[in-house]
Design a protein around this ligand. Structure first.
Ligand code: UD1
Length: 422
């Protein structure tokens, strides 16, 4: 297994290009199941999670071709569709559950394995099931698979989710786009990836209003057509790279970055003493002299502070002046990076959904192990702030969500390299 070796760093400078959003792309790709015409996604990221979705769609009968070094995904679903999403693929990635809504809408039935994904909590499927049941689907769990059927097709309905789940909102949007009549989703998630999916569905002929707010109205259509859609910038990759100069000092511009994708995160950086400026080409992040200030952070659905940046923010706050409290409100088991950061000299107490970080002057390099995607990148960031060498192992987690991480960081002066497994 590959590992990443990081050495404590001085100031960084230069530019880092931000890729298309993994989480947007994982919702956009299944939309190909809604039409028999081609869907082309530009600015797609080259990641192992995208390859897993390609494998899943191919197993369902779609054709997915990666063009121009994988940045353009041409998908097409004109032949016979297999309604069964097999456990062997679905278990690799929770986002596989995003084929449930489209399969049900296009075929009237679907059999989808319960998903796996990051080990960051129970992550059940009840909100998805309730949302699709509201559209007339009958869904039962048998042998680890969700068996869904909509006799006579899906019918538009008004439904309020008990929690603003990102994936359930995406499944509902795709399913309702081909349902008969009008659907209204209340307490919908408002993440930029949902707005991006709605944009793409509109380009395919869907009628959707209110995306980006907590009430989305969808007028169902008989069929959707092909489209070409550019994937929105990855706000989590953006936030991660913004933290590199925040940790090491210096000034870095994240190309393609937009402040509206990360407002609450930028507010916390400002409070910690990091300046963020929107330029014509991206976001410029600079850390002046002096120590980072402690800040308290609570993760929330968008537009709140993203849970997917909590681990990376913790890496920054390990060396802040003062005590920071991080509260995790989205996932119940998402502090697995904390004990690894402690091995590097951080002072962190975890109690249930709270982590109290008492800032120390310096971290020290150590061998550490990544336990999930965002945890693994937080250890790399911490390594940049540490004295000596940090070896991060199990980096296959990292490759699920970060394209060329070592090249991008080395490009702004970070001391980082990948050591290939022999
Ligand atoms: C998406 C993101 C993920 C991010 C998360 C929250 C993708 C591919 N992944 O995941 O990176 O961390 O949003 O911003 O876009 N829940 C239930 N029942 C359900 C569905 C969810 O209880 O049916 C719970 C989950 O266990 C979790 C919380 O709701 O505690 C949030 O989940 P959700 O918003 O659905 O996240 P995902 O779509 O899985």
């Amino acid at each position: 297994m590959d590992s990443i070796v990081v050495r404590g760093n001085g100031p960084l400078s230069g530019q880092i290009p931000i890729a298309g959003a993994k989480n947007a792309c994982l919702a956009l790709m299944p939309a190909t199941l809604l039409s028999d015409e081609p869907l082309t996604l530009t600015n797609a990221p080259r990641l192992s999670d995208i390859r897993t979705m390609t494998e899943l769609l191919a197993s369902l009968g779609a054709e997915v071709t990666a063009l121009q070094e994988g940045k353009v995904l041409a998908t097409s679903c004109h032949g016979e569709i297999n309604p069964v999403a097999d456990y062997e693929i679905v278990r690799k990635m929770r986002a596989s559950n995003l084929v449930l809504g489209p399969l049900l809408a296009r075929l009237g039935h679907a059999v989808v394995s319960l998903p796996g994904g990051c080990a960051i909590g129970a992550r059940p499927m009840d909100i998805h099931v309730d949302a699709l049941a509201a559209l007339g689907a009958e869904i039962e769990l048998k042998d680890g698979y969700l068996h869904a059927e909509a006799k006579g097709g899906l019918k538009g309905a008004t439904h309020e989710m008990r929690f603003a789940s990102v994936g359930a909102t995406e499944n509902f949007l795709m399913a309702a786009s081909l349902a008969k009549g009008t659907s209204v989703l209340k307490n919908a998630a408002r993440e930029p990836e949902i707005v991006d999916l709605a944009k793409c569905l509109r380009a395919m002929g869907a009628q959707i209003e209110g995306d980006g707010t907590s009430e989305i109205v969808i007028e169902g259509k008989d069929r959707l057509h092909g489209a070409t859609h550019p994937v929105v910038a990855d706000r989590i990759e953006l936030g991660t790279y913004m933290l590199a100069p925040a940790i090491c000092g210096g000034e870095v511009e994240c190309l393609g970055g937009r402040i509206d994708l990360l407002e609450s995160f930028c507010e916390k950086l400002d409070a910690a003493g990091i300046s963020v400026e929107q330029t014509h080409t991206g976001l410029k992040v600079a850390r002046k002299n002096g120590r980072i200030r402690a800040v308290d952070v609570t993760t929330e659905p968008f537009p709140g502070f993203p849970t997917d940046l909590q681990a990376q923010m913790m890496a920054l706050l390990c060396t802040a002046e003062g005590t920071s409290v991080l509260e995790e409100k989205i996932f119940e088991n998402r502090f697995m990076h904390a004990p690894e950061l402690v091995r590097m000299g951080a002072n962190i107490d975890v109690h249930g959904g709270h982590a109290t970080v008492h800032g120390v002057e310096k971290l020290k390099g150590a061998p550490v192990m990544a336990t999930d995607l965002r945890a693994s990148v937080s250890l790399i960031l911490a390594g940049l702030a540490a004295e000596g060498e940090t070896v991060v192992s199990r980096v296959y987690h990292l490759d699920r969500g970060y394209e060329r991480v070592e090249e991008k960081l080395a490009g702004v002066g970070a001391h980082i390299e990948r050591v290939k497994a022999s």
